[in-house]
Design a protein around this ligand. Structure first.
Ligand code: BJW
Length: 231
């Protein structure tokens, strides 16, 4: 087999125990804010200061957060398997990298700024404001390089190719409410993969063959031990 044999998809739940909010839980980000006001290109067009302030605060929180035992266990898996593993995250924090893993950030990253005028991307650690000019084209249209509703997620060609050849698929800490990530399990099932759903709440009926219910910091290290004993 040449491609990755294990594909893992993570969501906000994997970073919840590091203190970063999820989106759709009862105390989640979308319970306090309307995504249409903050996570669409139209919102950025309408009120860029508000959108940038929201992401500046999220960037500050992410910069202060520490990886937890789930991130560290996935780092251990990555060190053991290398390219036999594709770790895909919907998260825009960098806690997988801090935990020792390399992740494909399909919804982008808080720590990259892109220019809405010329498309140039660069690493970014501080605030972004509407007063800042793009160093490449001078336009004042810098934004966080995150994927908003209606925009195309990143790295989909790599992800679908891996899903078509994988033997094991795991979804960790994601509600499965957002496409196209929510449908990855269907591609893995079509490839004949064992499909694990690891979540603090049970959610049956989405096609997963295995359900591991409990906090990511408990379930993920145990699951990683099991996988490492098998491969
Ligand atoms: C724990 C835990 C613990 C808690 N341990 N577990 C109508 C029908 C179908 C689709 C559409 C539709 N209308 C529009 C669409 C498409 C749209 C979409 O899916 N909308 C739905 C909401 C209806 N999707 C898009 O627009 C995407 N682009 C797109 O589709 O392009 C076209 C295309 C066409 C063809 C092929 C491919 C593409 C882009 C989606 C961009 C999402 N952006 C956001 C915000 C930006 C980044 C940011 O600000 O951070 O990304 S929305 C938000 O949701 C964020 C997340 O990455 C994403 C997923 O959320 P996640 O991670 O699942 O979090 P939660 O809160 O939902 O769930 C947390 C889970 O953790 C829960 O299950 C808890 O139980 C669990 N948990 N603590 C373990 N300790």
């Amino acid at each position: 087999m040449s491609g990755p044999e294990i594909v893992i998809l993570t969501g906000a739940g994997v970073s919840a125990e590091s203190g970063l909010g999820t989106f759709r839980d009862t105390d989640g980000i979308w319970a306090k804010f309307d995504p249409r006001d903050l996570a669409t290109p139209e919102a950025f067009q309408r009120d860029p200061d508000r959108v940038l302030a929201f992401y500046n605060e999220r960037r500050r929180q992410a910069a202060e957060a520490e990886p937890n035992d789930a991130h560290r266990a996935l780092g251990r898996l990555h060190r053991a398997l290398g390219d036999r593993l594709l770790l895909v995250t919907q998260n825009v924090d960098d806690l997988h990298e801090c935990g020792g893993a390399r992740a494909l950030h399909m919804h982008g990253s808080l720590f990259i700024a892109s220019c809405a005028a010329c498309g140039t991307r660069r690493n970014w650690s501080g605030d972004i404001t509407t007063a800042m000019a793009c160093p490449a084209c001078n336009a004042r249209r810098l934004r966080p390089d995150v994927v908003w509703f209606g925009e195309m997620p990143q790295g989909l060609d790599v992800i679908y190719e891996a899903l078509e050849g994988c033997r094991i698929f795991a979804s960790i800490g994601t509600s499965g409410e957002v496409q196209p990530a929510a449908s990855f399990v269907l591609f893995a099932l079509a490839a004949g993969a064992d499909c694990y759903d690891i979540n603090i709440e049970a959610a049956y009926g989405r096609g997963f063959t295995h359900h591991l219910i409990g906090p990511a910091t408990e379930q993920v290290p145990r699951w990683v031990d099991q996988i490492l004993a098998e491969v």
